[in-house]
Design a protein around this ligand. Structure first.
Ligand SMILES: [Zn+2]
Length: 199
């Protein structure tokens, strides 16, 4: 059987590690990259290098940022009395696109998932509690995903925040139980925010 050269095999192997890309797709992408002009292919390499070198987590909310504070945390127009807790940066982006929320965010960088051995210590929960303790927040909106792990995470955090004088709310159940925020459409998300309920 014919073998790929070492560098071609390496590229196929690296691409095949990406989520949703199987071996066949990795081979197809590799052929594509071999076929196009070097300058064009290297733009991909440069883009990967740039995000890995420049992008960091915001030191306040843990959203992706290219400066120590993200654009949302730096924006004086945002409502500093509301804090919305999400699992991932992509959930935050989804809520931003819905365009109905003007407060601050806190990104957990995951959810509590005992089956995958992900506990509270691996998330940014301690930092969240600190923000609520020191901040100006009057309301904390739990916008974790409406599935078993997201609900469990919200419950865990609600218990920790119970001692602070903040109102705890949860996104309305317009979002189908078991669904994932990042795939929920804008209108449903906007309804879920405006119809949020006290925990
Ligand atoms: Zn931020």
């Amino acid at each position: 059987m014919a073998q790929f050269s070492e560098s071609v095999s390496e590229l196929i192997g690296q691409l095949a590690k990406l989520p949703g890309i199987g071996r066949k797709s990795a081979e197809r992408l590799t052929y594509y990259l071999l076929r196009i002009e070097a300058g064009e292919a290297l733009k991909l390499a440069d883009a990967i290098r740039a995000v890995k070198e420049r992008v960091q987590y915001c030191r306040s909310c843990y959203h992706l940022a290219e400066t120590s504070l993200c654009a949302i945390c730096q924006d004086p127009q945002r409502d500093a009395s509301q804090l919305c807790v999400v699992e991932q940066p992509r959930d935050l982006l989804q809520l931003e696109q819905a365009g109905v929320y003007r407060g601050h965010y806190h990104v957990l960088l995951g959810r509590i998932a005992p089956l995958e051995s992900i506990g509270p210590d691996q998330l940014t929960i301690e930092q969240l509690v600190d923000r609520v303790r020191c901040g100006t927040y009057r309301e904390v909106i739990m916008a974790t995903n409406p599935n078993v792990e997201g609900d469990g995470t919200a419950l865990y955090i609600s218990n920790l925040l119970a001692e602070f004088p903040v109102q705890l709310t949860r996104l309305a159940r317009g979002i189908t139980s078991g669904s994932v925020l990042e795939f929920t459409n804008k209108e449903v998300l906007a309804d879920a925010i405006s119809g949020r309920q006290k925990i």
